[in-house]
Design a protein around this ligand. Structure first.
Ligand code: ADP
Ligand code: MG
Length: 679
């Protein structure tokens, strides 16, 4: 059997199961081999009664004391209870809906059991345990891998398919050159996969994982490296600072020290003789835009153009306005390219960009990276807002004559991930908020309090402030009984507020013109309360908004909630955020608490990571990288660094085998990132 063979060649996999697997991108035998178990059931450690401290899953050896008894509960429901002796303690084995077990467990015989043991009062119950006769335990003590559940495939389906694959002369080609494998003392792929799927001990698992992690780390490093391979030298430099005074006079505030030091970093990069490749990381509201404006202004005064790429059209519009406002009287010309431009208008703008009349071009990446010809592009700024991926970034350096690049991001990413994502990028941090900002007061309520919350929003509006109501859905859906779709919420809001206030709504399915108009009116304060989807997550910067209610807040991820909340508290007013959820699940409430208690994006990201656990490596998919199976960017820093060195060597090697290997890795990498949709 080969890596490339279709899963349909396996026994027991027909069109139906094939489709279920395909839904999880499992189409070939190779894909199946790459489904790594999330955990292993290890029944090896037998617990004695003395060691019992609290309820939990464990393995024990116990003697069956009687035949047990089945209690019918109606329908197919039943409970089979059987008395057991565990060391000196009498406990009860309890099996749900398995009446046929009566007679299977023999009186006066010893068995191994594995299951959850519960203590209620003085009574012990062992729930639904797996078991095997002590004199013939069979596979009881083998490690059992646990695979993620796939809808439409039975619980042990993946394991059965893998057993079939491994018993049928599986041929696993190892692309990694033998010399590398030896140097790093790695097992072959065939043996790594075998020890992942059929380990005898946890040490086998580690050994196999090591090899798989190595593959992943090397692949990602090579992919990124090839992506950012660029000429290093640059003669795009800054010598004139003349017009900066006019710009500074336009700023309604003083720069924070952090902002100033980012600008210093940037200027020294511009004049270093090398291409700048800098990440500016700062929490929502820390004031990254003005840094972009200053950079663009410096470029313009020295005869270079700047392209500014925003993740959404709304954001492009918003930034266009900020840029124009801050650049007035400086002579720096700004154009915004949007999807709604008329053909003629668009042609004229492109013309002005091509002949150098326009200094700053703002748009989404789709709009300005392919179709636009620049006269003299000096700087590309990507407002990443955690939306752009490696793919887009790879392309942007293709424009012009090796322009400087700057990426702005509000997502705090662990150092390892930054290293992977950005390679040789330098990083500047904005680690303070502008003076006078008051931390946003955040509360969590259930829907019953909605009335009061709206009353609160109204009080804010009475003071002249504006408010947001955020809904996760555009349309009502039948299964959901929450009222958190735009339609019904807006009706509610309009009923309540229309008499005294202007209301509006905004979501992604509206036409561009309509969206722009709503945003414009909201910016001007003509709309007092705006009902919106997460579309406003990035790009609305209205310091007058002081209150926000987020409905069905459990539907949003932590970092998204943080971004959403970042739309208020952008001015001097005390601001408020209400998380509304009817969920009672402890996990949800724990997540809400994180937002209520913390205002720093960094803290929230850490908590997010902690709550989701290391099984969910945040950031990879989001950044357009292939999903990783076993690599843990938080823990595998050393490996990531080691394989980066190796990637570098592979790139500079003239050895035939290395070159073939390199091409095959890159081919896989790019195929994988092509398949990721960044929406
Ligand atoms: P982000 O980092 O989220 O992109 P913005 O650049 O949109 O933040 O800035 C958020 C708000 O803070 C804007 O209204 C901006 O005018 C304001 N701002 C930026 N820098 C300062 C500063 N140094 N002092 C006061 N307000 C500032
Ligand atoms: Mg911003």
């Amino acid at each position: 059997m080969n890596y490339e063979d279709s899963v349909l060649t396996l026994k027991g996999v027909g069109p139906k199961r094939g489709a279920a697997l395909a839904d999880h991108q499992i189409k070939t035998v190779g894909n199946l081999l790459n489904c790594y178990p999330g955990k292993y059931i290890d029944r090896n450690v037998l617990k004695s009664f003395d060691e019992f401290t609290e309820d939990g899953v464990l393995s024990i050896k116990a003697l069956v004391l009687g035949q047990g008894r089945v209690q019918r509960l109606g329908g197919s429901l039943s409970i089979f209870s059987i008395p057991l002796l565990w060391d000196e303690a009498k406990i009860t084995g309890v099996f749900f809906n398995q009446p046929y077990l009566k007679g299977t467990l023999k009186e006066n015989q010893e068995y191994y059991f594995y299951g959850k043991l519960e203590k209620k009062g003085e009574k012990f119950r062992l729930l639904n345990p797996q078991f095997a006769p002590a004199n013939n335990p069979g596979r009881f003590f083998e490690l059992t891998p646990v695979y993620k559940k796939i809808q439409g495939v039975p619980k042990d389906g993946v394991r059965k398919m893998l057993i079939q694959i491994f018993s049928d002369h599986l041929i696993v080609e190892d692309k990694l050159p033998e010399s590398i494998r030896q140097t790093y003392e790695l097992p072959t792929m065939a043996s790594a996969l075998e020890s992942i799927h059929f380990p005898k001990t946890m040490a086998d698992v580690s050994k196999g994982r090591e090899r798989l992690k190595f593959n992943e780390a090397l692949k990602i490093n090579m992919g990124i490296m090839s992506n950012s391979a660029r000429v290093k030298y640059s003669d795009i430099s800054i010598t004139h600072f003349g017009g900066m005074n006019a710009l500074m006079a336009n700023l309604p505030y003083e720069l924070t020290q952090s902002q100033q030091s980012v600008i210093d970093d940037m200027i020294s990069d511009f004049n270093s003789g090398q291409v700048m490749n800098r990440l500016v990381q700062g929490d929502v509201g820390s004031g990254k835009t003005v840094i972009a404006v200053i950079a663009a202004c410096l470029m313009a005064q020295n005869g270079y153009q700047t392209a500014y790429m925003a993740p959404t059209e709304i954001l492009a519009q918003q930034h266009g306005r900020s840029f124009r406002e801050l650049l007035k009287n400086t002579g720096v010309t700004v154009e915004i390219i949007t999807g709604s431009l008329k053909t003629q208008e668009r042609r004229e703008i492109l013309e002005r960009v091509a002949n150098g009349e326009t200094s700053v071009v703002i748009g989404t990446h789709a709009l300005i990276q392919d179709a636009v010809d620049y006269y003299n592009l000096g700087l590309v700024i990507t407002d990443e807002q955690h939306r752009f991926g490696v793919k887009q970034r790879g392309r942007l350096s293709l424009k012009g004559n090796q322009p400087h690049t700057m990426v702005m991001s509000a997502t705090p990413i662990p150092r390892t991930l930054a290293l992977i994502l950005y390679g040789d990028l330098s990083v500047s941090y904005i680690d303070e908020l502008p003076k006078g900002r008051k931390p946003i007061k955040t509360y969590c309520y259930d829907e019953a309090s909605l009335h009061k919350i709206y009353g609160f929003l109204e009080d804010e509006m009475k003071k002249g402030r504006q408010a947001f109501v955020i809904c996760p859905f555009i349309e009502a859906s039948e299964e959901m009984n929450e009222v958190s779709d735009i339609e019904s919420v807006y009706i509610d809001i309009a009923k309540r507020f229309d008499r005294n206030y202007h209301t509006g709504f905004l979501h992604s399915r509206m036409g561009n013109d309509e969206k722009e108009q709503i945003v414009r009116e909201f910016n001007l304060g003509k709309i007092n309360i705006l009902v919106a989807t997460s579309i406003i997550e990035v790009g609305i910067d209205v310091p007058n908004v002081s209150a926000m209610a987020i409905l069905s807040a459990e539907r949003f991820g932590l970092s998204q909630l943080h971004q959403l909340r970042g739309r208020v508290g952008r001015g001097e007013h005390q601001s408020y955020c209400f998380l509304v959820t009817n969920s009672k699940s402890p996990e949800t409430l724990a997540r809400m608490k994180v937002i209520v208690k913390n205002t720093s994006g960094k803290k929230i990201a850490d908590e997010d990571y902690r709550l989701r656990g290391p099984g969910d490596y945040f950031g990879f998919k989001q950044h357009g990288l292939p999903d990783i199976g076993v690599l843990n960017p938080m823990e595998d820093l050393a490996l990531i660094e080691k394989t980066r060195e190796l990637a570098r060597e592979i790139f500079s090697s003239g050895d035939k085998e290395m070159m073939v290997f390199r091409d095959s890795v890159l081919q896989t990498f790019f195929k994988e990132i092509e398949e990721i949709s960044l929406n």
